[in-house]
Design a protein around this ligand. Structure first.
Ligand code: SIN
Length: 550
């Protein structure tokens, strides 16, 4: 086995910046934290890989779930979240999420987010898979993420005390003598004097860097989601958790056998408004499969679609939303309508071809209920983090809520916990970078062998491929090599975790262990880096079990 790089080979920093807190990422998690910290901390720097807000948040269609409707309660939202999570949620984290959700949504409104209202002027609420109540707030019909991102970007631009560096990719944490954070290294493109590799010294680092969607060939995630935050945390000694629980969205528009990268999402809210899945012969796909039929939790729907794709040999199934009518489509789902039309589909008259694609990482950097990781001074929120709210399968529209609620909590504790600015210690980690040329092969291997359907044989083949890619060093250093190194690192950790978990649970489907929710596997697969630089993947049983699987 090749050992993965202990830190990225990027050369010596050419410039240094010093701040109190550096926030990595500018989606809902990063900007919420920045806005809440601005009155409490002197120097806040947000670094973002592209331009402000160009990550996953702006692509979110469905909305934010919160118990805001008449008769709805946080307790009911809690039950739906726990059911979707298939026994792998952290109950305390879920309680925080559902109880603090409504207030957090109201704060978003106070920052200028315009959610859709009903004719009486109340928030318009819809329903998605796994919810037993209408509790999803949305904006401009199906452009919820874009509206939230607009409001947050404007609020941050109105706050001169928040410094923003765009076109800035994070490389690695810089550690102090005590193993806690002393800052991080970054690489900047096209920003004049700051161009190239720099050192940001900081008293705390908040990772809000999004997920790992680009690990797979087809994903709803934008190109920036190359698992950078998870990989750098792992290399710095942080504990990652639940990486095997990758959610595949059931209804992503199928664009043909050569489609690759970010694919168009058809929001679950379309099914929430009455659309249904059909097989090639026109029969209803979800009838009799689950009591919630087309609104079953999304792992159930994704698996059903995959199952029929395998049985019939077709590369997709179909979504029928023709009966919603042209006027409804224009008013309620203008973004999806435009996206369908750009691919020659009129959803008011045509069936929409759909297939599952990677959508969301339920696992990530393990944190407590206040976003603290296992490395002193390193915090994480949003998709990069794993507080345990999503368990084995995230409930629809709980992701924006997660970023929002837990960023507010980080901002509550972080100012009182700031470490003194530390000197960077001598860094003894091995240095390396892997060839970017292997990225496409990695994505294809991961989709084929570690995607919706998994088995020991397939996962073993994936690990062999990953090991081969880990043996090819970069000939040119730069973002392509660094991103690919991060993708190989996290793919390896994910695949090893998926191999270890010998059961089917939530979004983790083992064909060779079809028994669902096996009590012996109630617990978590944690990944750390051992002293020899190799990945350690351990099963940590939940307190209620005896860990008898071993
Ligand atoms: C969707 O709109 O279907 C996606 C919502 C989510 O991922 O929570």
């Amino acid at each position: 086995m090749h050992t993965l790089p202990g830190r990225l080979d990027a050369g010596e920093p050419g410039w240094t910046e010093t701040v109190d807190v550096v926030i990595v990422g500018s989606g809902i998690a990063g900007l919420t934290a920045a806005l809440r910290l601005r009155d409490q901390v002197d120097r806040i720097l947000v670094v973002t890989k592209d331009i402000l807000g160009n990550g996953s948040t702006q692509w979110a269609q469905g909305g934010i779930a919160a118990a805001l409707g008449e008769g709805d309660t946080p307790d009911q939202h809690e039950v739906d979240t726990l059911v979707a999570g298939a026994g792998a949620c952290d109950l305390d984290a879920v309680r925080v999420l559902v109880q603090e959700g409504a207030e957090a949504v109201r704060e978003l409104i106070s920052w200028g987010t315009n959610f859709d209202l009903d004719p009486d002027g109340n928030l318009s609420l819809t329903r998605e898979g796994g919810h037993h109540r209408d509790r999803i707030v949305h904006a401009h019909g199906d452009a919820t993420g874009a509206e939230i991102q607009r409001a947050l970007n404007e609020a941050v631009r109105r706050a001169p005390e928040i410094l923003v560096y765009e076109h800035t990719m994070v490389l690695d944490l810089v550690l102090a003598e005590d193993g806690g954070v002393a800052g991080l290294t970054v690489h900047v493109v096209g920003e004049g004097e700051r161009d190239g590799v720099g050192l940001v010294r900081a008293r705390a680092v908040l990772l809000a860097a999004g997920g790992l969607g680009q690990v797979f060939s087809q994903t709803t995630n934008p190109a920036v989601n190359t698992a950078d935050g998870m990989a750098l945390a792992l290399r710095a000694g942080a504990r990652l958790r639940d990486l095997e629980f990758v959610q595949f969205h059931p209804t992503v528009m199928y664009l043909g056998p050569d489609s690759h990268g970010q694919q168009p999402l058809i929001s679950e809210a379309v099914r929430g408004e009455g659309a249904f899945l059909v097989d090639w012969d026109g029969s209803r796909l979800m009838e009799g499969v689950h009591e919630l039929a087309d609104l079953a939790p999304r792992d159930v729907v994704a698996k059903r679609i995959m199952q029929r794709m395998l049985e019939t040999g077709h590369p997709n199934m179909w979504l029928d939303a023709r009966h919603l009518g042209r006027e409804f489509w224009e008013r309620r789902f203008p973004t999806i309508l435009a996206s369908c039309e750009s691919h020659g589909i009129d959803p008011a008259t045509d069936l929409i071809p759909v297939a599952p694609a990677c959508h969301y990482a339920s696992g990530g950097v393990h944190t407590d209920l206040w976003g603290r990781s296992s490395v002193a001074g390193l915090y994480a929120t949003g998709e990069v983090a794993c507080s345990g709210v999503h368990g084995a399968n995230r409930l629809a529209s709980n992701s924006l809520l997660d970023g929002l609620v837990f960023s507010r909590r980080v901002a509550e504790v972080l100012p009182g916990e700031l470490r003194p600015l530390a000197e960077p210690a001598a860094d003894l980690r091995t240095v390396g970078a892997l060839s970017g040329a292997g990225r496409r092969e990695l994505q294809e291997t991961m989709s084929l062998q570690a995607g919706v359907l998994r088995s020991a044989t397939g996962l073993g083949e994936a690990l062999a491929d990953l090991d081969k890619l880990a043996g090819v060093d970069a000939t040119a250093l730069g973002p392509d090599a660094w991103e690919t190194t991060n993708l190989i690192t996290i793919s390896t950790a994910l695949t090893q975790s998926a191999l270890l978990r010998q059961e089917t649970r939530g979004s983790h489907w083992r064909e060779d262990f079809p028994e669902r929710d096996d009590a012996r596997w109630a617990g978590h697969c944690d990944v750390t880096v051992g002293p020899d630089g190799a990945l350690d993947v351990d099963f940590i049983p939940s307190p209620a079990t005896d860990g008898a699987h071993a």
